[in-house]
Design a protein around this ligand. Structure first.
Ligand SMILES: O=P(O)(O)OC[C@H]1O[C@H](O[C@H]2O[C@H](CO)[C@@H](O)[C@H](O)[C@H]2O)[C@H](O)[C@@H](O)[C@@H]1O
Length: 248
């Protein structure tokens, strides 16, 4: 896989960027993430230069992204495409089985309480059990979530970076990008996506199919066209891209 080249004619693109592991380094816990102070300014500049064709596409809730990037408020596809904030405002893109989710949440909360270091992240439309501080519990966490999800056809289980997520909906980062690409200011542009994790592959497949550019940040198998070795290198690429725009 080639290294991500610099883009000419940046204004022709629609940018879709993952958050954790792409715009920020992975931290020990979801709340411990630190955003480089240059990043919101760079995103704001890219947003202006593309007439608003920039969205964060993330497993996080939109509110969480707003807090990390404050005071910047960008278009965001949150919880893997379940939440969407675009020119039409905020909406949920799919139905979710919240009643079954509440029953599973109770079991997982109990399990996390009995195993200090495990973190249960409750999101609108998803539950995530983080085992980064207790890596030896990976197999047990996976087995428990599989058992809980097995009787429920409406659930999707994904295994990310030291996290097992149970989605209560069928949206993906790919479906979110496909939706956004059908509306202004994204439509008619060349999609660009960068991401680092397993759930980003849904987005990479859609953007590849739309004739866009895809980049994988960090190691691991990917259908992306280009590779970026790590977060600092991706941020340098982003800052250089924005710097190029400002220097025009
Ligand atoms: O789609 P993303 O923006 O990449 O979000 C994916 C998940 O990111 C968060 O978890 C990951 O990052 C944490 C902070 O660096 C880390 O502690 C954890 O181990 C990672 O899995 C977030 O907490 C999840 O909700 C997102 O789905």
């Amino acid at each position: 896989m080639d290294f991500l080249p610099s883009l000419s004619n940046v204004g022709a693109y629609a940018f879709f960027l993952d958050f954790d592991g792409t715009l920020t380094e992975i931290a020990d816990t979801p709340t411990a993430v630190v955003v480089d102070p240059r990043t919101p300014a760079a995103l704001e500049s890219l947003y202006a230069s593309t007439d608003g064709a920039l969205a964060i596409v993330t497993g996080r809730e939109i509110d969480t992204i707003d807090r990390f990037l404050a005071p910047l408020r960008l278009p965001v596809a949150g919880v893997h495409g379940y939440e969407l904030r675009d020119v039409r405002g905020f909406r949920l893109t799919e139905a979710s089985d919240d009643a079954a989710g509440a029953r599973i949440e109770a079991v997982l909360a109990d399990f996390a309480a009995q195993n200090p270091g495990l973190l249960l992240e409750r999101k609108r439309g998803a539950l995530a059990i983080h085992y980064r501080l207790r890596p030896e519990l990976e197999t047990l966490c996976l087995a428990l979530v599989e058992v809980l999800a097995a009787p429920l056809s409406s659930f999707v289980l994904t295994h990310g970076k030291m996290v097992i997520e149970l989605r209560l909906h069928r949206a993906t980062k790919g479906t979110a990008i496909a939706l956004l690409m059908q509306q202004p200011p994204f439509e008619g542009r060349i999609p660009f996506f960068a991401g680092d994790d397993a759930t980003d592959e849904d987005a990479i497949l859609v953007v590849n199919a739309l004739g866009g550019i895809t980049a994988k940040v960090g190691p691991g198998e990917s259908a992306a066209q280009y590779r970026v070795p790590d977060v600092p290198t991706f941020l340098s690429w982003l800052y250089a891209t924005v710097g190029t725009l400002e220097g025009r």
